[in-house]
Write a protein that binds this ligand. Structure first.
Ligand code: HEM
Length: 205
């Protein structure tokens, strides 16, 4: 697989984000615990429900921040939570069960574009690893991008690299014109990762 994360620029806010969240990413992978989550369709569905309970309020919080258009980011195009209810419906979840999915109330501080970009780094980056997850879901559970695995398919294998590079370009451009925002961006990314890790580790749905 090609290196989807390649942005071809060294010492940028993107490389700093990657380095400063490396351990958190590793801990998050452990928390996802893919091997056990993919043992059955039901435990995979529970994982999807956990992601929904976090991504839906996080994405709403991001929408509430003003100014995305000014940095060339279209959050509607990048929304991932809306894909999950369809996947769960394929897996047999009724609308009343969907409505009962618990939502996360302790979200990271997201009050401006810098913090929004740090959070979005985590959500957008998750589409890279998701390509590997999609293959595992396909192999182990027989589900496909248009049948139960649209969330992990995300932008699809064709578009994921381009969407990531475009996000990286917008983030670097923002940071170049706001160099004082480094701490806010990195802190929001770390806080978001920490929340993802804690939230997905829990199996309560
Ligand atoms: C079992 C679960 C996961 C696996 C196996 C995994 C794997 C990966 C892999 C292989 C990459 C690099 C992709 C590439 O360069 O082609 C990556 C990148 C990334 N993943 Fe994950 N991932 C997982 C879960 C997550 C989750 C849950 C999140 C956050 C919600 C996340 C956030 C990120 C981020 C932010 C990057 C970009 C790192 C960078 O290059 O700056 N990952 N992941």
């Amino acid at each position: 697989m090609t290196d989807l994360a390649e942005v071809h620029l060294s010492s940028t806010i993107m490389t700093e984000l990657k380095e400063r969240t490396r351990q958190l990413h590793q801990d998050t992978e452990t928390a996802v615990d893919l091997v056990s989550r993919l043992r059955s369709r039901e435990s995979y569905a529970n994982l999807l429900a956990r992601f929904y309970g976090l991504y839906a309020p996080l994405e709403q919080r991001l929408v509430d921040i003003a100014g995305w258009e000014s940095i060339g980011i279209d959050l509607t195009e990048r929304a991932k939570a809306p894909l999950i209810p369809n996947d769960l419906a394929v897996l047999g979840w009724s609308s009343s069960r969907l409505a009962q999915i618990p939502g996360c109330h302790s979200l990271p501080k997201l009050t401006n574009l810098a913090e929004g970009l740090g959070c979005l780094y985590v959500l957008e980056g998750s589409t890279l690893g998701a390509q590997h997850i999609r293959l595992a879901v396909e192999n182990q559970l027989g589900l496909t991008a248009d049948h139960g695995c649209s969330f992990f398919n995300g932008y699809g294998s064709e578009r994921t690299g381009a969407m990531w590079r475009a996000f990286g370009a917008s983030t670097m451009a923002y940071h170049e014109s706001h160099p004082e925002s480094t701490d806010e961006i990195v802190t929001a990314a770390c806080d978001t990762f920490a929340q993802v890790k804690e939230w997905v580790a829990c199996r309560q749905v």
